[in-house]
Design a binder for this molecule. Sequence first.
Ligand SMILES: Cc1ncc(COP(=O)(O)O)c(C=O)c1O
Length: 405
Amino acid sequence: MLDIDKIRKDFPILHQEVNGHPLAYFDNAATTQKPISVIEALDGYYRGYNSNVHRGAHFMADKATRHFEDTRTALQKFLNAKEDAEIVFTKGTTESINLVAQTFGKKFVKEGDEIIISAIEHHANIVPWQMLCEEKGATLKVIPVLDNGALDMSVYDELLSEKTKLVSVVYASNALGTINPVREIIKKAHAVGAKVMIDGAQSSSHLPVDVQELDCDFYALSGHKLYGPTGFGALFGKKELLEQLPPFMGGGEMIKEVTFEKTTYNDVPFRFEPGTPNIADTIAMRLALEYVDAIGKDKIAAYETELLNYATDKIEKIDGLNILGTAPEKVSVISLTSETIHPYDLGMMLDARGIAIRTGHHCAQPLMKRFGIEGTARISMSFYNTEAEIDRLVEGLERIVKMFG
Ligand SMILES: Cc1ncc(COP(=O)(O)O)c(C=O)c1O
């Protein structure tokens, strides 16, 4: 059992009033709130040892470098990667996916090849592949989605062939909550010789993830969706694969030696980390990972599933609202549509009651098009949410539906 009252004390932002009501924050899929330890780590770096990393000869630079690299080790453990060199620091999931599209794409994708994604992807896992396919004359194939928000896996079997170079799919959908059968997806892709990239932007905060057990080739995450700072993310890549990839961007730190005639590149992961990185946020990220670890990913998943079931049962009973995405396996995301109420109106009217949700297409326009809608009103829950907050949300939804009559 989680001690939610104690957990909530660790998140200062949750204790405020919005529009005269206590804040109920249900926009965790967009970004999560930060525990005090993360906030203090940011403050501690800037007050105490602000220095550049990897090249200073003095005490503070050494301390910054150690803390910076400690986050790499923490991520290696969090994802159960084999070694630190398999963790590349990036700005977030978006940059991680673009890094793979640009480097793996440059090296391994050629005209006539195919890349498979799914119909429930975030734009971050669509556009980089489209750009690559356009550049290389490759073809983008899409696993369709069933009416309940689960992928149509029988079509996946048909799409796979020896032309498939890479499969890139989301683990947990930000728009529907669907958890994809990534183990099966990975196994089948490997059987035809394709590599697999997992968009872990949402799964990282909700589910235990073990990249060795999954056997994915690449896994992307964003710190800010995992109780850490914005502007920090990571890419896991199998070392033997990363070592074969060309650099993503050129500059300082990613080199071994530069002459005007020729440059030799640094080892992985530094080959992919040019320039001064996001030091404070990287350092603070370790505290976020430690926070999540201390609670326990299994306990988080179990509690959030309880919240999801509790909210789903209550919301299903409200006439006039429909839940988009009822796949058998879901993270704690509920996407609402209504025939009479625009999602934006739902969002604004809940906001007037201090309840924060997200409305719109959730950066998944092709998915919205598939269901013939413009957008949804999305409630995304975290382990610091409570049943009492869900009761307030349900009461608010009932009133709004009644008003629109
Ligand atoms: C499933 C998914 N993929 C990718 C992203 C992009 O993440 P970021 O904006 O942190 O790079 C998001 C963010 O909403 C997401 O939910």
